[in-house]
Structure formats: structure tokens, C-alpha cells
Design a protein around this ligand. Structure first.
Ligand SMILES: [Zn+2]
Length: 169
């Protein structure tokens, strides 16, 4: 079974390194693994020589692989292509881990940095230390500085982090 955690991210990377046609070929191989050069070129309506160049380039990059079969009658070697499953998963996991680390840092920031505000449009916001220095009173409008509720942001971050944790295990 091919688990693609982030198919779009993977395909856009293939497109980046191999071009539009490479992305089309890989997309097809994701749905239908083990197609030969000829089958692929027919389905994609591409010149088989061009396609072979692309396939071998992707193979060099470790993104796809092939199995070689021998045709019974002619004895010709046939290449059947497939997406490198581990590579796809590895790539997607790396991407996810990056997002995960960013969200964790953001959560920690939200949890440790409370923001105080008087609620008046145009007045600035203060960190806890700054608010303490001015005794929780806005120097501009004189209103009391209150903590800005970021619990919704924290909740949303925690939900997303948990989701990612499940996928990264
Ligand atoms: Zn104010």
C-alpha cells in the first residue's frame, strides 16, 4: 500500500526537479504502479524517448524505481516503473516535521508571552513586563490593560500539533 501523506507537496517537488511532464508521469505512477515505458507514454501521450529520459532522471534522484522483466517471446527487457514509497513517505514526513516544529515554537510563544491591551483602537499592546512597569494602565488613553485572550489560538495550535503527532509516529 502506498501511503502518501502529502501528495501535492511531493508532486510539486517532482515538478520542480523534473518539470511538468515528470509530475504527470509520477502522478500516474502513484495511482497505477508498475507501468512500462510504453504503457506510460501511451497513457500520457508522450514521446517514449523523452519519457525515458525523464524516468531515468527521476530514478537517479531516487524518486522512482524500476523492476526489470523479460518478455517471454522476444526476450526483450521491459522496465516497469514505480514510485519509491519510502522516499515519498520520507519526504512527506520531513515536511510535516518542519511544520510541527514551527507550530510547537509558536505554541510555546503563545503560552509564555501574554499580551496586554486596553482595547482601544490605535493603542499599542504590551508584554507582561511592560504592562507591569506602567501598572497595567494605558499611558495613552488611561484605560486598564487587560490580558488579550489567546486561548482560541492556543487550542487551534494544540489540535493541529496533536494531528501531526499522530501522523509522525
Ligand atoms: Zn489605550
Amino acid at each position: 500500500m502506498l501511503i502518501i501523506v502529502d501528495e501535492d507537496a511531493f508532486l510539486s517537488m517532482v515538478k520542480l526537479v523534473g518539470g511538468e511532464d515528470a509530475a504527470r508521469a509520477v502522478k500516474l505512477l502513484m495511482k497505477k504502479p508498475s507501468l512500462s515505458d510504453d504503457e506510460l507514454s501511451q497513457k500520457l501521450n508522450m514521446d517514449v524517448k523523452e519519457l525515458r529520459k525523464i524516468l531515468h532522471r527521476l530514478n537517479d534522484l531516487g524518486l522512482i524505481a524500476y523492476d526489470v522483466y523479460r518478455e517471454k517471446d522476444s526476450g526483450h527487457r521491459v522496465f516497469k516503473w514505480r514510485v519509491q514509497q519510502d522516499q515519498v513517505i520520507g519526504f512527506a514526513k520531513t515536511q510535516m516535521r518542519r511544520v510541527y516544529e514551527r507550530l510547537k515554537a509558536r505554541l510555546e510563544h503563545e503560552q509564555t508571552h501574554q499580551i496586554y491591551w486596553c482595547g482601544t483602537e490605535g493603542c499599542r499592546k504590551y508584554t507582561f513586563e511592560e504592562a507591569m512597569d506602567i501598572l497595567f494602565k494605558c499611558p495613552k488613553c488611561g484605560k486598564t490593560l487587560l490580558i488579550v485572550d489567546n486561548s482560541k489560538v492556543i487550542e487551534a495550535l494544540q489540535r493541529k500539533i496533536m494531528e501531526l503527532e499522530k501522523n509522525l509516529q
